[in-house]
Design a protein around this ligand. Structure first.
Ligand code: SF4
Length: 310
């Protein structure tokens, strides 16, 4: 909770986070105790045919892959073949989140800029995880780009959110993982920020995904995916999930109910089937041209990309 004096010092946007997003003082919903078990049973049953075909292989389902196969299967195949590699743009978010995490415990004289430097130093020292190896080998220019982008992101967060308290149990860059069908299928995601805790069967967690740029339909799907994974992990759903747009200080949020979780489970099952067909059975991908063509790795060679507007 935030005291009256602290509340008076908040900007209107910060106050909006407390009242509208965190829902201070508003009763949280309760859920049936067997909800997570029922969702898991549904997933296991619908994925059993895929698991049987996998034999000794393992299918990994994650947020980006799901978003891609539901947007354009060709896009997924192209990005999977191109592979992921760290870059300054990719490192900005994780460095900013690390700095925000450090701000809960540390308050250096140079504020979040100092914590961004500390975050880069700590991450570069851990070459086996995340962008560590890339940061350790990055040029001065790349590091400066990461630093600038992360400071921008962290300062916007500081402007728009009330100071994060330890009592809110903040989890940043928090991994959510579930194993299905005797570990043949692994589903994982990483939430930018989770606050709060469930009590009994009463929800208490808020999940926030930070975004730059404009809202997109698949941001909502990402949130529902996180809600499903958090429910399977904790046994109780988050009470709310939200995309927070740092460039505009705007928010899209959804209160979690069983219907939302069932929709997320159906989308996950459908996506896992597609991932199996594309990655293991090597079915040719269906091409669905759209706005994603503009940044797809296949855009120069794809016959469908010509349909995209310039
Ligand atoms: S260029 Fe467009 S249509 Fe072609 S694979 Fe990529 S996203 Fe799909």
């Amino acid at each position: 909770m935030v005291g009256a004096m602290e509340a008076a010092a908040l900007t209107p946007t910060q106050a909006r986070v407390l009242s509208d997003l965190m829902g201070n003082g508003v009763a949280r919903p309760s859920f049936e105790a067997d909800l997570a078990l029922r969702l898991r049973a549904y997933l296991e049953e619908r994925l059993a045919p895929v698991a049987a075909l996998l034999e000794e292989r393992q299918l990994v389902v994650h947020k980006s892959a799901l978003a891609r196969v539901h947007t354009c299967e060709g896009h997924h195949v192209a990005e999977a073949e191109a592979g992921f590699s760290w870059s300054a743009a990719a490192a900005v978010g994780v460095v900013a989140h690390k700095a925000i995490e450090l701000s809960v415990s540390l308050a250096p004289a140079d504020g979040l800029a100092g914590l961004v430097d500390l975050a880069i130093e700590r991450m570069a020292a851990d070459v086996d995880r995340g962008p560590g190896a890339w940061l350790a080998a990055a040029s001065e220019l790349d590091r400066a780009e990461v630093r600038g982008g992360a400071i921008d992101r962290a300062l916007k967060f500081e402007d728009e959110f009330p100071p994060i308290k330890r009592a809110w149990r903040p989890r940043l860059e928090s991994t959510l993982l579930t194993s299905l069908c005797a570990d043949r299928i692994v589903v994982r995601g990483k939430v930018d920020l989770a606050l709060g805790q469930a009590h009994g069967t009463t929800a208490g967690v808020l999940i926030v995904d930070f975004k730059t740029g404009k809202p997109r339909r698949d941001h909502t799907d990402d949130l529902r995916f996180y809600a499903l994974l958090e429910t399977l992990r904790a046994g109780v759903p988050p009470f709310r999930v939200a995309s927070w747009y740092l460039d505009s200080g705007q928010c899209h949020q959804e209160d979690v109910d069983e219907e939302l979780l069932q929709a997320a489970a159906r989308r996950m099952v459908d996506g896992a089937h597609k991932l199996y067909e594309l990655e293991v059975a090597r079915r040719p991908p269906i091409l669905s041209a759209g706005p994603v063509c503009h940044y797809c790795s296949a855009r120069h060679a794809c016959p469908a990309a010509a349909k995209c507007s310039p």
